[in-house]
Design a protein around this ligand. Structure first.
Ligand SMILES: [Zn+2]
Length: 208
């Protein structure tokens, strides 16, 4: 993620010369923003191509020719920082048969562009409201709840879009924490007739 990448301005000058040579000249935040956006677009495109290939491979392995393939998956979430106050979390679905990451979702309570604009224009100003109208479709903030609820919301987003990828995550390998599983069941993401099943990894390990 680019948000974790230090800006060039944050790198001490002595190190900048090592990294970029004596001809190094600092560039403006606008230029840095343009470079970051280009990199972000390139990473996004590469990621989409890789996932398309992975999804084809998973379909080939299951060999059932179905438009929607039912998968057994593991799901887990991770956070940028510990202590249930993280501003960024990631949920990840892994296919149990192939071991491929099928999909992931980044949940964010922060947006660098919004923070900069708030400081510059004032959060309550008309200028900020006008700026935000043009920005909101690309805003990084997609989670307004607690940090602890990030994992459940990431799972719901992933389960909801699974059919658009050609999959249903019908069986979930669980580590015993069933909050997310219960949340998915409650939401009935695949309709009232499809029941999502849970396998407890701890029981599987004990029983061999
Ligand atoms: Zn934003």
């Amino acid at each position: 993620m680019l948000s974790g990448t230090p800006g060039v301005g944050e790198i001490p000058v002595c190190y900048r010369k090592i990294l970029y040579g004596d001809e190094y000249r600092s560039f403006s935040s606008t230029t840095y923003g343009k470079c970051a956006r280009r990199l972000d677009n390139a990473y996004t495109l590469a990621s989409e191509n890789i996932f398309a290939e992975i999804h084809r491979e998973i379909k080939n392995v299951y060999e059932n020719g179905a438009e929607i393939t039912d998968l057994s998956v593991s799901f887990d979430g991770t956070w940028l920082t510990r202590g249930h106050t993280s501003l960024i979390g990631v949920g990840c679905v892994i296919d149990m048969l192939t071991g491929y990451v099928v999909d992931f979702e980044v949940m964010s309570k922060v947006c660098r562009h919004c923070s900069v604009a708030k400081n510059k224009l004032g959060q309550s100003s008309a200028e900020f409201s006008i700026w935000y109208e043009g920005h909101k479709s690309e805003c990084d903030i997609n989670h307004l709840g607690s940090s602890t609820s990030m994992e459940m919301e990431a799972a719901l987003t992933l389960w909801k879009r699974s059919t658009s990828l050609g999959f249903r995550y019908i069986t979930v390998l669980s580590d015993g924490d069933c909050k997310t599983f219960n949340y998915l069941c409650e939401k009935k993401v695949y309709g009232p007739d499809i029941v999502i099943k849970r396998k407890n990894v701890l029981i599987m390990l004990v029983s061999g």
